[in-house]
Design a protein. Sequence first.
Length: 218
Amino acid sequence: MDLFSRSWAALRTAVAELPDKDFERPSGCTGWLVRDLVCHLVIDAQDVLITLVTPAEAEPTVDAVTYWKVGEQPPTGDDPLDALIVRLAAAYEEPHLLKFHLDDVGSAAGRAAELADRGARVSTQDEVLTVGDYLTAYVLEWTLHHLDLIAHLPDAARPPAEALARSRALLEQIAGAAFPASFSDQDALLVGTGRRAPTGEERAALGQLAARLPLFLG
């Protein structure tokens, strides 16, 4: 099983194992409850399915690193699409319905990824990239959202160690600099993307990199 599949399966399993009451808890995404984040994962899975069946003939315009755009402002939850996701999540009413939809669409996205030719080119968001790069970029997506899912759920399963390490490496490439060795992979991801503020000791260890953080990925 490749890292895309491992990270995606781990995230879906973490959702499946959540008690219903946890769907009403805050997530690590500003303005979203856990149920809203899970609804976003359903949309993500649909995006994967759509992209994998959208072939492109042109030369790649981005890779797994440059696929990510760095914004200047953090998400506020007020974006129209974000607001739509909140309404969609509420419409499910029962957590088991949301779990079922994620398992249904998410499993299909996982199977499509396993069957896809890594060297083929696909188009998404007006960009062209190889399937391999696209799926590698999504390792970071799944891992960050796994951390968002468990942000206030200390007993929930964490992302796979390999996914954390690969996501850190991708974030370092996006940042153009390495995080200090004293940072765990999880802390590098949380601090690097603004999911939590660095401590004074961490800020000192970051040195000049601290002025370039956080990176708001979109």
